[in-house]
Write a protein that binds this ligand. Structure first.
Ligand code: PEP
Ligand code: MG
Length: 534
């Protein structure tokens, strides 16, 4: 019988399909067999994990494929499995033997002197879990049937990226938040998603309808509901197709106000979602995802930035220096065990603690700036003194490059405005541009964590206090004669766009998948009419 479960809207759209439950590994169990059976079970799980990784490599491109390639190399290394087989011979169950062997291996990587190896511990943990999933018969994330509804307590961004969404599908989560990174990815790819379903997520089986816009998941939907949902889905598709047909046209409101629409890039796949000519440039490139494993590798970073600049083909490309920490930890670089990571050592604060790593990135950015109009952006700036300190490193790097024989340029040096104290004091920051990070600005201003399902309703960008800060930053930008844009999620939220334009914002940077509908929403607005804009 039809059963409706209400959660929180994380990504609009309708998806109907079979529920595929990703159960947490901690809850899984299996019966232990003989030594020979345990040996065979582990061997089979490793083979299946290898196959799944090989398929994933085929689908991914660029750095993502390289990252997974490292996992493949580990899986093919017999030394990794030998220790587990030895434990099985001594009587351990395959899962316990594998866990124990991997724990030793991971501890070895975590205590390595070289930061590169320390960062690889996360890959080992990923491999450990992949093999365990197969041992427990939970399947591999990479084997999810296309068009399925993924049901889980929560979902890691890497799991999301491992799924082929091109044939549809949706997500229903027991926990999670509309402002989490995986929700942002879902919106960017147009994958319907409802979060915060509570314990009810465990009951989602069979045919499931995910209505992202209405924040509802329906189990066993009636034929009437399926009919109306399909009709509504067709209408949405039709509107989407129209928006895509016009995606390369400029975004002008009804009264002729031009709004620049740029894209946020969080990984190489984002460069394939829309053609560069559809956007006015890259408003935010999140380097935590592009270069997380390459912190000391100037050449690899240079190549990643150069690829972005070439993709943008003459349009401005704003590349943010590392914003690790908070909900974006980088093992071996960010601090473990902070009581509140969002209020801890993250973003620029961490870069200033690691000047050697910061300068590698600044060097690579200055070199890539030769190839096109690149802009450097600092995340999580709180004090003017931090901007001064960052500029000090910047000058030192430029002087160093001037003394060498590699080509470099000196791009614009701007800041993200996402800390309320900085927003209210924006006029004091001598930056070349401001980009408002509404995700963090909203969570800090409303005291509601961006990844907490329980407080998601509080983290509202339309809160008058948040809008007042945005308007203040726009005013400060005008007074200083510098550009102001928004690169937080609110820029891609059609419900928030009228208020943002009313606050004076004229440049929005959005997830590439949202660009067509953002432009369509801008075209619907008339800023000359009372109530619609400034
Ligand atoms: C923001 O905080 O709005 C932002 C764009 O940065 P991130 O989401 O990467 O923290
Ligand atoms: Mg932020």
């Amino acid at each position: 019988m039809e059963q409706r479960i209400v959660g929180r809207a994380a990504s609009d759209g309708l998806a109907i399909g079979p529920a595929v439950i990703l159960r947490a590994l901690e809850a899984a169990s299996r019966a232990k067999g003989s030594i020979a059976e345990e040996h065979a079970a582990l061997a089979a799980a490793v083979v299946r994990a290898r196959q799944a990784v090989a398929e994933l490599i085929e689908r991914l491109e660029g750095d993502a494929a390289e990252l997974i390639g490292f996992q493949m190399a580990l899986l093919e290394d017999d030394a990794l499995t030998e220790a587990a087989y030895a434990r099985i011979e001594r009587g351990a169950a395959a899962d316990l033997a594998w866990r124990a062997a991997m724990a030793e291996e991971i501890a070895g990587y975590e205590s390595a002197d070289d930061e590169y190896f320390r960062a690889r511990a996360a890959d080992l943990a990923d491999i450990r879990d992949r093999v365990l999933r197969h041992l427990f018969g939970l399947g591999d994330d990479g084997e999810l049937p296309s068009g399925a509804i993924i049901v889980a307590r929560d979902l890691a961004p890497s799991t999301f990226l491992g799924v082929d969404w091109s044939k549809g599908g949706g997500i229903a989560l027991g926990e999670g938040s509309p402002t989490s990174h995986v929700a942002m990815l879902a919106r960017g790819r147009g994958v319907p998603m409802v979060v915060g379903l509570g314990q009810a997520w465990e009951r989602l089986t069979g045919q499931v309808l995910v209505d992202g816009g209405r924040a509802v998941v329906v189990v066993d939907p009636s034929p009437e509901l399926l009919l109306s949902a399909r009709a509504e889905g067709d209408e949405l598709m039709h509107r989407k197709a129209n928006a895509i047909a016009r995606q390369c046209e400029p975004a002008l409101t009804r009264d002729g106000t031009a709004v620049a629409v740029l894209v946020n890039i969080s990984g190489p796949a984002d460069m394939t979602t829309v053609p560069a000519r559809a956007c006015d440039g890259v408003g935010l490139a999140r380097t935590e995802f592009l270069t997380a494993n390459l912190l000391r590798d100037e050449e690899a970073q240079y190549r990643a930035y150069a690829e972005l600049v070439r993709w943008a083909d003459g349009r401005p490309v704003t590349i943010r220096t590392l914003d690790a920490g908070g909900d974006k930890p980088i093992p071996g670089y960010t601090l473990d065990g902070e009581s509140n990571p969002f209020l801890g050592l993250r973003g620029l604060r961490l870069s200033l603690r690691h000047p050697d790593i910061f300068r590698v990135q600044l060097r690579a950015l200055a070199r890539a700036a030769v190839l096109g109009p690149l802009k450097v952006m600092l995340p999580m700036v709180t004090n003017v003194a931090e901007l001064d300190a960052a500029r000090g490193h910047w000058r030192a790097v430029l002087d160093e490059l001037a003394g060498g024989n590699v080509a470099f340029a000196e791009p614009a040096f701007g800041i993200m405005v996402e800390v309320p104290a900085a927003a209210l004091a924006a006029q004091h920051f001598a930056a070349d541009f401001f980009s408002i990070g509404t995700n963090d600005l909203t969570q800090y201003a409303t005291a509601a964590s961006r990844d907490g399902a329980e407080v998601a309703d509080y983290a509202d960008v339309l809160h008058p206090g948040v809008l007042a800060m945005i308007a203040h930053v726009v005013g400060a930008g005008r007074a200083r004669g510098v550009d102001v844009s928004i690169c937080g999620d609110a820029a891609g939220d059609v419900r928030a766009i009228p208020a943002l334009l009313k606050a004076g914002v004229r440049a929005l940077s959005v997830s590439p998948g949202l660009l067509p509908q953002v432009k369509a929403a801008i075209r619907e607005l008339d800023l000359a009419r009372r109530g619609e804009g400034a």
